[in-house]
Design a protein around this ligand. Structure first.
Ligand code: NAP
Length: 383
């Protein structure tokens, strides 16, 4: 038996009866399908013995792959630049967010985003959608469209957990994202909040939880670790004991906050001085409510600047951040918006645009107000 016959024999008999559907069989690996197609097209003998049904299946399968790549190429804007967040770990400056999406929506959005050229995906144990995110990733990998190494996957576990609860949350998170894969890992795992959502925890709890994240890295299950909603005081607690430094602090940041000061932006300058990458969430002020929620989409300032560059208001707001080296993770359920939100790197804002956007005070900073009336993020009030 030649190699092609051997490969053909390994296709289940039930599928051999209806060969075109074999091309879509999820349990046969894409590598195997391509190998079988390749081997069987080598000799007339095998082609004759395998018949037209088989050739049609191969043709369909190859066409599907080719169309996917053509689609990806035609709609993938200039490749997304990366920022180094830890030794050997590069984070794409633009990614897709998934907060408030259920697993079904998250699966669709992430699949569409990957097709458009996104490689950075942001989720969290608390979003209750990691199984959907994982399915979209598995489909892209199983379909040979991407390898795991092409992707940058970020997750988060809740804050305020002791070592064993944190370890359990980390394992659960990984199992939800990669239920079948051996050697699974995330590229970045964050502690979602400096304490529990109710504010319980404090310094000792932060330090204990961090030790669980470090163990996770040492087991090869995360390439980098970081924090979210941390202000200077919280970060100092971690730096005091860290053997692996926090790579990222993910906090709310958007146009309107550029002039707001360290209590509102969770001390961006301090984070950066400690080598912690400052990452902005809610870059379009999506959850800000009322007029604040549309200010960065259709507000006067971003619209005026957008017209000058032939870009949308949302693109202007996002470009303002990435032009400062701040990674952004806008979310969208709309394919056209997803396409816009990654088209940020083939054009630039000029110095006047940057200055006007940095001076903007709308949308207002969400969070709290200090006793002196200053806007603050509210994160520093967490014990
Ligand atoms: N660490 C944390 O605690 C934390 C907190 C909040 C968020 N995050 C992360 O940050 C991600 C993004 O933040 P977010 O979800 O709060 O909201 P966002 O990205 O600031 O805004 C999303 C809103 O903007 C709209 N939108 C997106 N692109 C658009 C475009 N090009 N044109 C017009 N409208 C557009 C979306 O509507 P359409 O669907 O109609 O496009 C949606 O209503 C989250 O999904 C999550 O991954 C993290």
């Amino acid at each position: 038996m030649g190699p092609e016959r051997h490969l053909y024999s390994s296709v289940p008999a039930s599928l051999r009866m209806k060969l075109p559907s074999w091309a879509h069989a999820p349990h046969i690996s894409p590598e195997h399908k391509l190998l079988v197609c390749h081997e069987t097209s080598q000799t007339d003998a095998s082609r004759g013995s395998l018949g037209w049904g088989f050739q049609t299946a191969c043709w369909q399968y190859s066409l599907r792959n080719m169309l996917f790549h053509l689609f990806t190429l035609s709609f993938t804007p200039t490749s997304v630049p990366t920022i180094t967040i830890a030794p050997g770990v590069k984070m794409p400056l633009a990614g897709v967010g998934t907060w408030q999406y259920n697993a079904t929506v998250a699966e669709r959005v992430v699949a569409e985003a990957l097709g458009l050229g996104y490689r950075h995906v942001d989720t969290a144990l608390n979003y209750h959608n990691q199984d959907g995110v994982g399915r979209a990733i598995a489909a892209a990998i199983d379909g040979s469209r991407l390898t795991r190494r092409d992707l940058f996957l970020v997750s988060k576990i809740p804050g305020g957990l002791n070592h064993s609860a944190a370890s359990a949350a980390l394992e659960t998170s990984l199992a939800q994202l990669f239920p079948k894969a051996t050697g699974a890992y995330v590229d970045l795992m964050l502690v979602h909040f400096p304490a529990t959502w109710a504010g319980a925890g404090g310094k000792a709890a932060r330090q204990e939880e961090w030790s669980a994240l470090e163990a996770f890295v040492k087991e090869g299950k995360a390439r980098a670790i970081g924090v979210s909603h941390y202000c200077r005081r919280h970060l100092d607690d971690i730096l005091e004991i860290a053997t692996i430094r926090p790579a990222v602090n993910q906090v709310q940041y958007h146009v309107g906050m550029g002039a707001a000061g360290p209590l509102a932006d969770d001390d961006m300058a301090y984070m950066r001085s400690k080598g912690v990458t400052f990452e902005g969430f809610s870059p379009l002020c999506g959850p800000c409510g009322g007029a604040n929620a549309t200010e960065l989409i259709s507000g006067a300032l971003v619209s005026r600047i957008g017209r000058k560059h032939g870009k949308s208001g949302a693109q202007v707001a996002l470009r303002w951040q990435v032009q400062q080296g701040i990674p952004v993770i806008p979310k969208s359920k709309d394919l056209a918006h997803l396409r816009e939100n990654i088209d940020l790197f083939s054009w630039a804002l000029d110095a006047d645009d940057m200055a006007a956007l940095s001076a903007a005070t709308k949308p207002a900073v969400s969070g709290a107000t200090s006793p002196g009336g200053e806007p603050v993020s509210g994160d520093c009030s967490v014990a």
